[in-house]
Design a protein around this ligand. Sequence first.
Ligand SMILES: Cc1cc2nc3c(=O)[nH]c(=O)nc-3n(C[C@H](O)[C@H](O)[C@H](O)COP(=O)(O)O)c2cc1C
Length: 241
Amino acid sequence: MENNTRFLILYASQTGNAIDAAERVGSEAEHRGCPATVVLSMDDFHVTTLPNEEAVVFVVSTTGQGDIPNSMKVFWRFLLQKNLSQNWLKGVRYAVFGLGDSGYQKFNFAAKKLDKRLSDLGGTPIIERGLGDDQHPLGFFLFGVCIWMGEIKNQLLTRVGCGKDVCHVEFEALSPGMRYQVGDALEVLPSQDPSAVEAFIQRCNMNPDSYITVCIVFCDYWFLWKRSLCVDFLLPLSASL
Ligand SMILES: Cc1cc2nc3c(=O)[nH]c(=O)nc-3n(C[C@H](O)[C@H](O)[C@H](O)COP(=O)(O)O)c2cc1C
């Protein structure tokens, strides 16, 4: 992204999960140097100004029986107007991430409909839409944040709901000399921004050589999000976790 581009994250949530996901994307973007990241609920955004945006990430859940969240209703009604031209969103680059539950027949309908409409109005997808699933053992972030941030390709090979998930995952940054065999395990550790680590150490008045015990709290979706927060900040302080 250009330095002066604002990075807008618009969410629509019924019970709060999409807010957490949107804020997580926002903080990741800032962490990676995105200059102007704005996280907004859809009902706090003037939809008429959408064509002025250059980059927008939509984070929307599905509720009811394939329905959109209440906070998306005004936005969606406007987008459905027939008089909007096919070029209305020309120049707008977007990504859609849905939160849903494959136990419902209309899985992630809100995200799917939104993605199609944005495309029909001339928007350009930055990346294939991500569909989070409450049913997934790792929660919705597995299919979401990693894919959004462009780090890995992660494609589900098995059919949703078949009882076993097998994914095709591609890593771009493996060293060419690295040897591996079927069944080997690959550990992925987050890279650190040294200045953020230094600031954290100073703020907490810690000894940089000290060992830290990381306490991981298991509670549904918060697990991955809390874990990555801890690891991001604390890993460099510890030789082993
Ligand atoms: C009453 C209710 C209805 C739901 N209906 C659907 C649905 O039709 N399709 C779907 O994919 N997920 C459905 N879900 C799952 C939610 O989309 C999922 O729990 C999501 O994480 C909620 O995100 P939110 O807290 O941001 O609203 C439903 C959840 C609830 C509680």
